[in-house]
Design a protein around this ligand. Structure first.
Ligand code: PBG
Length: 344
């Protein structure tokens, strides 16, 4: 039985097709399109990733991410205030650590006065109502650019997890609201959860980069945090194979079991099928990261006049909502928020 029973076709003008269904009717005017629209993007869906850099010199452009800059702590506080005034719920912080501070074990990650911790403290003091997400992984701090410590050419899982748990507690002490492990080590969510709980941070959330793929789309990010030049080899022994989908479900299940409050899929647009599957399967808060390479593609094409950048930005973000994401980490966040505000 058809779910769309055909009503009897009335006598139509002879030139008209005898169609019983004309889906275009609902699209005939803007008011009608608004009325039947299934998904919308709002400012509540945005997390804004910011890059930090030491020093007092203000802002430094990221060549492969036109429009994105690395910010000193002072400038980051200014941008955090802007985020709050635009009602963006949260920002995420990523440090470009001075190369003199990077070593094979990523020791600077465990410095309670490192760039991220200082920025968190300053931002919390200035804008307490803004959510702060901090990234847990060693790559901004290691001289080899990997997310963990190494033995020869192997990334050591359990030794790394012990360090990540300590890194997470330091970030929580600084005032981070959401800890976001992006390292893809096994068992890190459980270790971080128990370390946070032991330190009394029962309310600090964990947003697990549960399904994070070994992707070419991270290139401009590595430029921004200064790991492109130094990265030895690739991250395929810990980040996921782009050919896999069932494995993402397993990774998410494990992270949820270990205590993740929210799940992230990364990259974004090329992995919308994963976002959809994850949301469908687990019905938990699910986020997607529109990563640096995705930003660069849209912004690069727009700046060359090849696409309408504003529309591509809005359409790409709406696509995440349609796929089932509850929110998106995007470098476009302030521009989107301003646009939505102007439309309101
Ligand atoms: C590293 C990390 C990466 C990103 C976020 N955290 C890069 C990587 O895994 O090499 C990428 C974000 C982006 O490309 O915008 N732990």
């Amino acid at each position: 039985l058809s779910p769309f029973p055909r009503p009897a076709v009335q006598d139509a003008p002879s030139s008209a097709l005898a169609l019983s269904h004309r889906p275009r009717r609902n699209r005939k005017a803007e008011w009608s399109r608004r009325l039947v629209r299934e998904n919308v993007l709002t400012v509540d869906d945005l997390i804004w990733p910011l890059f930090l850099i030491d020093g007092t010199e203000g802002r430094h452009a990221v060549a492969s991410m036109p429009g994105v800059e690395r910010l000193t702590v002072t400038e980051a506080v200014r941008e955090a205030e802007r985020a709050a005034s635009l009602r963006i719920p949260a920002i995420a912080l990523f440090p470009n650590t001075d190369s003199s501070l990077r070593d094979p074990n990523g020791s600077e990650a465990l410095n309670a006065r490192n760039l991220v911790c200082c920025a968190v403290r300053e931002i919390k003091r200035a804008v307490p109502e803004l959510g702060i997400v901090t990234d847990v992984a060693l790559d901004p701090y290691t001289s080899h650019g990997h997310d963990g410590v190494m033995d020869g050419d192997r990334i050591l899982n359990d030794e790394t997890v012990a360090l990540l748990a300590r890194q997470a507690v330091l970030q929580a002490e600084a005032g981070a609201d959401i800890i976001a492990p992006s390292d893809m080590m096994d068992g890190r969510v459980a270790a971080i959860r128990s370390a946070l709980d032991e330190a009394g941070f029962l309310d600090v959330q964990i947003m697990a980069y549960a399904a994070k793929y070994a992707s070419a789309f991270y290139g401009p990010f590595r430029d921004a945090i200064g790991t492109n030049a130094t990265l030895v080899g690739d991250k395929r022994t810990y980040q996921m194979d782009p050919g896999n989908s069932d494995e993402a479900i397993r990774e998410v299940a494990l992270d949820l079991e270990e205590g993740a409050d929210m799940i992230m899929v990364k990259p974004g647009l090329p992995y919308l099928d994963i976002v959809h599957r994850v949301k469908d399967t687990f019905a938990v808060p699910t986020f997607a990261y529109q990563v640096s390479g995705e930003y660069a593609m849209i912004e690069g094409a727009a700046r060359n006049g090849w696409i309408d950048g504003e529309r591509a930005m809005m359409e790409s973000l709406l696509a995440f909502k349609r796929a089932g994401a509850d929110g998106v980490l995007t470098y476009f966040a302030p521009r989107v928020a301003e646009k939505l505000k102007a439309q309101a």
